[in-house]
Design a protein around this ligand. Structure first.
Ligand SMILES: [Zn+2]
Length: 308
C-alpha cells in the first residue's frame, strides 16, 4: 500500500554532513532506496534550523537546505518529483515519489514576511510555527512562559491561509495550539501522538485532538518511542494503540503518518527506517479495513490538502 509521510528531517542530516548521500547513506532513514522499498509515494521534507544558530544566519541555512533538497533529493533522482502545487500529489505516477518542502520553526524567517513569501515561492507548503523554543511567532512547547501567537504570528497564519499553506502545530505551546485552531484554514500536527496514552509534552490532549478532527485538520502519528510509550521502548502495536485512541475520538478520517525519521534517535522495533513501512501496514490491516488503512496511509492526507 502506498504511503504519504508528513515529517522527516533528512535535509538536516544532508546539511550537517555533505558526504552523506540521499540515495543510500545508511544513516539516512528516509534515503531514496528506503523510501522506494517501503512503498512511500510522497514524503514531506522539513527544513530544520538549530535553535542555537545566530538569528541572522538562520534564513541562509534554510536556503542551503532548500538547495540540498533541489540538488540531492530531486536533482539526483529522476523518480523523485517536487510537489509544487497541491494537485501534484494526485498526478504522481506509480513509480514516482513526491517530495514536498516544509518548515519546522518560524525562526528561519525572523520578523520578515517577505522571507516567508520567498519560502512559499521556493515550494514550502507547510509552516511549523515553532520548534520547542520560543520565536517571534509563538512559544514552543518547551518554553515555560507558554505564550500563544504574537500579533506577528497571527499575520503568519493568515498569510498561510491566503497562500493555501498548511499551519503545523507540532511542537507548539498549548496556548499557541488553540490560537491556531481559531485562525488556520489548514491546521495539521505533522508529528504528534496522544498524551492520554503517553504523557509527553509533545503529544496532543484529547481536547486538542478532537478540535483538530472537528476542524478537518490532520494528525500525523510519530514513530518516536518516547512519544509512544511511558517506558520509551515501543513496538508497531504501540503505533496501532495511538491510532485506535484517535479513532475513538473521531479521528478515523483525520489521521496520517508522520514518522519523524531522521529526527529521532530511538526507533520502534521493526520500524527502524522507511523501508519497513509495509510491516506497519500489515499490522494495521489486522484491525482495520483496507479502506481505513488506506485512509491512514495516504487518503486522509489527500482529502485534507487544499484544492488548487
Ligand atoms: Zn520535530
Amino acid at each position: 500500500m502506498k504511503i504519504i509521510d508528513t515529517h522527516c528531517d533528512a535535509l538536516l542530516k544532508l546539511w550537517e554532513d555533505r558526504s552523506r548521500s540521499f540515495t543510500n547513506s545508511s544513516d539516512i532513514e528516509t534515503n531514496f532506496e528506503r523510501l522506494s522499498q517501503g512503498g512511500v509515494a510522497a514524503q514531506l521534507f522539513a527544513i530544520f534550523i538549530e535553535p542555537e544558530l545566530p538569528s541572522d544566519e538562520k534564513y541562509q541555512v534554510a536556503l542551503e537546505q532548500i538547495d540540498l533538497f533541489h540538488t540531492e533529493v530531486i536533482g539526483r533522482h529522476e523518480r523523485m518529483k517536487k510537489i509544487e502545487n497541491w494537485s501534484d500529489f494526485r498526478l504522481l505516477n506509480e513509480d514516482e515519489i513526491g517530495a514536498m518542502l516544509t518548515l519546522e520553526g518560524a525562526d528561519a524567517f525572523g520578523n520578515d514576511l517577505n522571507k516567508l513569501k520567498n519560502l512559499y515561492n521556493l515550494g514550502v507548503k507547510s509552516i511549523g510555527l515553532t520548534w520547542n523554543n520560543a520565536n517571534l511567532v509563538a512559544d514552543g512547547v518547551g518554553e515555560s512562559r507558554g505564550a500563544g501567537l504574537s500579533d506577528f504570528g497571527i499575520e503568519v497564519v493568515k498569510l498561510n491561509n491566503e497562500h493555501q499553506v498548511l499551519t503545523d502545530v507540532s511542537h507548539l505551546s498549548v496556548k499557541g495550539f488553540w490560537d491556531v485552531m481559531d485562525l488556520a484554514d489548514y491546521p495539521i500536527a505533522t508529528h504528534s501522538n496522544s498524551i492520554t496514552l503517553c504523557g509527553h509534552r509533545r503529544n496532543l490532549s484529547d481536547d486538542q485532538a478532537r478540535a483538530m478532527f472537528k476542524k478537518n485538520g490532520l494528525v500525523g502519528i510519530v514513530f518516536n518511542p518516547p512519544f509512544l510509550t511511558e517506558t520509551g521502548t515501543a513496538s508497531i502495536k504501540d503505533i496501532v494503540r495511538h491510532i485506535e485512541h484517535f479513532c475513538a475520538l473521531g479521528g478515523e478520517k483525520h489521521i496520517c503518518l508522520g514518522s519523524d525519521f531522521d529526527g529521532i534517535a530511538q526507533f520502534v522495533k521493526d520500524l527502524e527506517d522507511a523501508s519497513k513501512y509495509q510491516l506497519l501496514i500489515n499490522e494495521l490491516l489486522k484491525y482495520y479495513t483496507e479502506e481505513q488503512v488506506a485512509g491512514f496511509a495516504y487518503n486522509n492526507f489527500l482529502n485534507f490538502i487544499p484544492k488548487d
